[in-house]
Structures are given as C-alpha cells and as structure tokens.
Design a protein around this ligand. Structure first.
Ligand code: SAM
Length: 261
C-alpha cells in the first residue's frame, strides 16, 4: 500500500484485535473519546434514534463491549415509560424489555457491568450481559425485535456469518442496524482523514494504551472494510430488505440498516 503496511497473518490479526480489547478494556472508553473527539457519542445517539426503541422490546446489541449502545436503548425505553406514566390515556407497558449485550471479550463486559452500576442501572433486569461470538449466536431464531452492532463487524473473521446470524435471530419485521467506520470519498477531506488515521491514531494508541501496533492494525482494518455500497449488498445478500445506509461526517462512519420481512 502507499502507507507500506505488510500483510498481517490471520492469527496475528486476531491477537492484535484481542490485545486492543483485553489490555485496553479499562481505557477503552477514554480511547473512544480521544480518537473521535467525543463524536462517537453522537454517532451512537444517531444509531439508537434510528432504531426507535420501545418498551417491551427484545433487543440484541452484538459486540456490545462496555455497553454504550445498550445504555442508550435502555435510557430511551425508560424515558418513554416515564412519559407514559404521566399520561392517563396511555396504556401501561406490560412486556419486560430485554436488552442483551453480547461480546466475545469478558473483560469488556465486566467494564460494562461496572458502568451499568455507576449509571444506576445496577438493579435493572432489562440489561443482560452475554459472552458470545457474533458468528455463532446462542439466541433462538426469530427472537429479537432489533439487532445492533457498533464498531464490531469490521474486526470479525467472517462478516457473512455475522450477517446470517443477525438475520436468523431477528423476528419478521425486526431491524438490523450497523454503525461502523467506513470510507471517506471527498477530496482533501479524505487526505486529512488519512493523515489523521495513519499518523495520529497509532501515536495516540502508543501514548495512552502503550500499544502502537494494534492501533495501526485497527486503522488498516478500516481501509480493508468493504465500502458503503458493497457492504449494503452483503446485507441484502444475507436476506435483508430495504437496505439503506447513511454517511456521517462524510463517510468517516456509516449506519447501515435492513429489515427482515
Ligand atoms: N459496541 C461497543 C462500542 O461501540 O463502544 C464496542 C465496540 S469495540 C470497538 C468492538 C467489540 O467487538 C469489542 O468489545 C470486542 O470484544 C468485540 N468483538 C470482536 N469480535 C467479536 C465477535 N466475533 N463476537 C462478538 N464480539 C466481538
């Protein structure tokens, strides 16, 4: 490549990704804020507003890490319930909301559990933490109203398997949403972004997390991830209908969505 990266062998790749999330679990949230300038918070807000969560929903957040997306879903559901309680005309919600946070790395989930307690969600039975692989989910067919994956699909070994599993566990009418770092196609902005990702991110990774190589690999993985249109067609190939995507910040990130009919 023009940046002179060598091909990285498969097992080395998973070690590096593993390292990032094991060694950095405790620093993970700080790194997100540092590297995105806090923007990841707005991107996750946007993801959850597209999901349109509702009380009683069964939701699966895959690669859920330290719970950022799940917390937002729960907050939305709780605020709908609070508003409903003040309105005598609105029926009460009887169904229990279930938000599953599934992640392959127990360290990330542990940080998530701690954060849930800090946020006052410690006693909330709606949040369920599950260790598991996006490629072979332990959930039943047609069991979920929604599926989200934020900054998770880029680093899995087989994207197709993840999409097939998402399709399998969703109910008919269920919604798939994926937030991921994507491709910038705007001249000048693209050059600035490349400079930022190939120079700044590895340095911040080295300084804050003491791990330059892993962050360099993460940047490389962004470049390797299929562009918006291609990823959209992979989602459609998995069986989803009405596949769409929205670019944020000129394609730095994209939100892809699809429906299971
Ligand atoms: N979704 C969270 C967020 O946006 O803050 C965490 C994103 S973090 C960049 C990626 C997460 O994917 C890590 O927690 C990692 O452990 C998890 N992960 C990687 N491969 C996975 C797999 N095959 N199945 C489930 N989770 C996986």
């Amino acid at each position: 490549t023009s940046f002179g990266f060598k091909e990285i062998p498969e097992e080395e790749k998973s070690r590096m990704v593993g390292n990032v999330f094991t060694n950095v679990a405790s620093k993970y949230d700080l790194m997100n804020d540092l590297m995105s300038g806090g923007l990841h918070r707005l991107w996750k807000d946007r993801l959850v507003s597209q999901l349109n969560p509702f009380p009683g929903m069964k939701h699966l957040d895959v690669a859920g890490g330290t719970g950022d997306v799940a917390f937002r879903i729960l907050e939305t559901v709780n605020s709908i319930k609070r508003r409903a309680r003040q309105d005598p005309l609105v029926d009460h919600f009887h169904e229990e909301t279930e938000i599953y946070v599934c992640d392959i790395n127990p360290n990330m989930l542990n940080v998530g559990r701690k954060r849930a307690i800090e946020r006052g969600f410690g006693d909330d039975k709606s949040l369920i933490w599950v260790e598991g692989d996006a490629e072979v989910l332990s959930f039943q067919d047609n069991s979920m109203d929604g599926y989200t994956i934020a900054f998770g699909i880029r680093n899995v070994t087989h994207i197709e398997k993840v999409l097939a599993e998402a399709y399998r566990v969703l109910k008919r009418g269920g919604r798939f949403l994926c937030l991921e770092l994507s491709h910038v196609d705007i001249p000048v902005f693209k050059q600035l972004y490349d400079y930022y990702s190939f120079s700044v991110i590895p340095s911040v990774g080295e300084l804050v997390a003491g791990d330059r190589a892993s962050y360099q690999y993460l940047v490389e993985s962004i470049r390797r991830f299929p562009p918006q249109e291609k990823f959209a067609s992979m989602i459609a190939d998995a069986g989803f209908q009405k596949v769409e995507y929205e670019n944020l910040v000129g394609g730095v990130v994209a939100i892809h969505s699809g429906l299971k009919f």
